[in-house]
Design a protein around this ligand. Sequence first.
Ligand SMILES: [Zn+2]
Length: 471
Amino acid sequence: MNCKRYFTGALAAFMVASSAFMAYADGPVANGADPAGLTSAPGTENETAGVAAAETTAPAPAAETQGSASGIVTVGENTSAGTVDAGEGKVLAGGNTITAGGLAGPSAAGASGTITVGSGMTSGAFSGPGGVSTSSGVTIPAVVGTGNISFAGQLTDPIVKVTDKYSYDQMSRDISSLKSRYGSHLQVKTIGTSLDGRSLYEMIIGNPNASKQILIHAGIHAREYMTPLLVMKQAEHLLAFYDSGSYQGRKLSDILAGVAIHIVPMVNPDGVTISQFGVSALRSADLRQIVNQCYAQDQADGRTTQDFERYQALWKANGRGVDLNQNFPALWDSITTGPSHASYANYKGTGALSEPESKALANLANSRNWTMTISYHSMGNLVYWDFAGNKVAEQSKAIAELVTGITGYRTNGSSGKGGFKDYVQIKDSPIPSLTIEVGSVACPMPASEFGNVWNSNQAILAALADYAADH
Ligand SMILES: [Zn+2]
């Protein structure tokens, strides 16, 4: 098959990148390496030290090979070797599967009329008809290669639009608009309020009384604010094709009659606001003062050499300098690698679940019998499914294999502490769970990266719901 040639190419690219990574890892800067000028202690990220580098500093080639020696290489239909030229609206992914019948939805129908679909597999460069340009000039690929889904393609009048800084305020407006347009299929709740008074939204799509329930969250790390945009677009597509779409030949409406998908799109709206617009966008004078103190202390510690503007852009914590994904009760006491004070990143807080945002998410996780949880982070094109003491390892690994098969991402072990995924895998009533690290450029990622992220993740919600229905 054509894909074999593609696989070989991807493998070769992987091996080259792998060599580069090994050099990187073996060098004197393996721990806390910081080309960007920020320093981070080894192991302070929730995931492995390798991911700490990926999320913090690593350039794309290194990030593609984090943990490569022991990682499982899964070359799916959309690997990182495929490139999406978002600027011109072309999909140039050699391995993309284009399903001829896969553009049957009402909104995609317009797009499908201009797509020439061959035998279902394109071996070379496939030029899509051009996606829809957004206000920021970024174009989402009109054709995605995520398998047999019938809701691929563009919405003709999308509510959620790709932009460099998808903000809390924009997201709030979009949730309201989605509710107006798709109210019968969407429930909106809030699970709490951030320190600076922003709502922590929960959107529920599908049958809320179903026996299968999936919990997805994004935006827990501030500068990773492409993930709220991703899950909002995922939600919109699921809603738009709720009645007409299908996955693997199964009607979405049938799948969602037996499954509910809960999405908390932005767990850390205060931190996202700091990263996007700076401390002046915070409402609370006390919080603004804390951020300024963080900068002074991080400078004094040598944790940053950035100017204040860039320091804020790289903000990862919540509104008072606590890294929410090191604030869950998962070996929390033994986290010793981060700073002992509030900081832009990696401070675990004064106690597990000390923060209203992490507490709200933990409460939600304990509110029902979840079938699975997904934590969206960036970056690295990786999937984490394990943790020390993981009580649901086999189930989590099976879901990881499903996700890597669709996204083309690699799996990796996890040795971090204090993360949400870690917590729900070891708690009483443990939940099969993954962390998915999207994207391959440093955070905050520009909108131009969204095409790749979307291409890999468009079908994930439908795939997970389809899986949950059978497990
Ligand atoms: Zn993260």
